[in-house]
Ligand binder design. Sequence first.
Ligand SMILES: O=C(O)c1ccccc1NCC(=O)[C@H](O)[C@H](O)COP(=O)(O)O
Length: 265
Amino acid sequence: MILDEIAAKTRVRVEELKKRRDLYSLRRDAEAMAPAMEKSGDFPFRRALAAEGMSFICEVKKASPSKGIIAEEFPYLDIAKEYEEAGAAAISVLTEPFYFLGSDSYLEQIASAVRIPVLRKDFTVDEYQIFEAKLLGASAILLICTLLGEKRLKEYLEIAHSVGLSALVEAHTEYEVEAALRAEAGIIGVNNRNLKTFKVDITTSSRLRKLVPEEIVFVSESGIRTAQDVAILKQNKTDAVLIGETFMRSSDKKRQLSILRGEEL
Ligand SMILES: O=C(O)c1ccccc1NCC(=O)[C@H](O)[C@H](O)COP(=O)(O)O
């Protein structure tokens, strides 16, 4: 499966990074930046998604394994600023370099250019990446259940919270949603993309929504294209949607957001 391929390549990438800077020094600097406050994970990213109404996490995404190059022109800072002006609750930045053509540098620049929280969208397979995310200026990281297993999921959630980062815990199945709940995730995202076939089906998140208690922020991710998709998810008490391609293919992202909110016919 593509996810295993991406994870294997990410492990190699992280080992290379460790040769340049060790985990101990990275951890020390990340911990020094952490707020001396509660470790509940109720940080800015979670609060932004939990706000009244549907929250939009708008993604800065140049390419993907399912679609290849999505945006030939990629003025990532302008895109992020446009999202902020349009009223996005948060921005997701892909930093995986080989399959998504992302970069840590995009994240670092975007996080210092906008005031809304930024999610580091990468394939977390090592605690090293959590401290890195903190130092790059992210407010949140992605933890994918299937890549981690329950024990490491819980451990990484605790590490993220200890340095003041929220974690979007991504699930694809009933079993993974239950694992995320046992790990005490504060934000659960259901990915509508089947990573074997790349087919998207937003009924996946509508179906799994029922398993998640209302005090946990529920995010629907991938394949959201229309105001009708958003309306269906809203009806199912989805707190936030994570949308990449639909925005990246639009030349007027502000208008696109207002269309998705159902404000324009
Ligand atoms: O986008 C892909 O092709 C993909 C393939 C394998 C693993 C992850 C993948 N995408 C990461 C994401 O989660 C999406 O970028 C995000 O949910 C936005 O999706 P979309 O709105 O469909 O661009």
